[in-house]
Design a protein around this ligand. Structure first.
Ligand code: SF4
Length: 215
């Protein structure tokens, strides 16, 4: 079985409740959305020739070569290749795995995952609205919202009400691929999170390494 992979590397999880956790990142190629501020365009945009078709056995061998048993499966949109992910995870019973998704595709491999990080893309992303396919009642799911400007909070409030997402499961994250942008937005976003009861998450990998890949 083959899978389209963009990159595999070890780093620390930079976002959400697992921030700081050493992890092997498997970035899969291809996405069904086209977010204006996407920081992973190299995983799906046709102007990049950055993806590799690999056998699942090769991916498993690469994963096993790292001294780390936690995986972060990201993209692109990894659920486009969930059958292939399932085959890989079944062969790695001693690994834990979290998966990042934009929430537009039903996840049929929940039982193999320890956490699902769902990041719905709102109007600022430039995508048309789409129905949320990840159930907020699932205990493994947390939600991450990218925030560019203060007024994004209105749309996030409407969204969490519409889908009955508990604020305790919602993380607000400053948009930005440069340290300066993250720091600037973090100052007011932290205060909004304190006031409104959302969780704040930074983008630790950007603060540590800047916008470098495979760090
Ligand atoms: S869903 Fe994620 S990978 Fe796809 S375009 Fe949006 S930010 Fe990029």
């Amino acid at each position: 079985m083959k899978i389209v992979v963009n990159e595999i590397f070890q780093s620390i999880q930079g976002e959400g409740p697992g921030t700081g956790k050493p992890s092997v990142f498997i970035r899969l190629g291809g996405c069904n959305l086209t977010c204006r501020w996407c920081d992973s365009k190299f995983a799906w945009h046709t102007k990049y020739q950055d993806n590799h078709v690999m056998s699942v056995e090769t991916v498993i061998d690469r994963i096993k070569s790292y001294p780390c048993n936690h995986l972060v499966i990201t993209g692109g949109e990894p659920l486009l290749q969930q059958k292939e992910i399932e085959v890989i995870l079944k062969k790695l019973p001693n690994h834990t795995a979290e998966l990042e998704t934009n929430g537009s595709i039903t996840c049929d491999i929940k039982k193999h995952l320890t956490q699902i990080n769902c990041s719905p893309k709102l109007s600022g992303s430039g995508n048309k609205p789409y129905p949320l396919r990840i159930k907020p009642t699932n205990k493994k799911v947390i939600f991450k919202f990218v925030v560019s400007k203060k007024s994004d909070l209105n749309e996030i409030d409407q969204y969490v009400r519409k889908y009955k997402i508990p604020k305790s499961k919602a993380y607000l994250m400053p948009e930005g691929v440069e340290k300066s942008g993250i720091e600037k937005r973090s100052k007011w976003l932290v205060e909004l999170c304190k006031k409104e009861g959302y969780n704040f998450t930074t983008r630790l990998h950007i603060l540590l390494y800047g916008n470098q890949r495979k760090k």
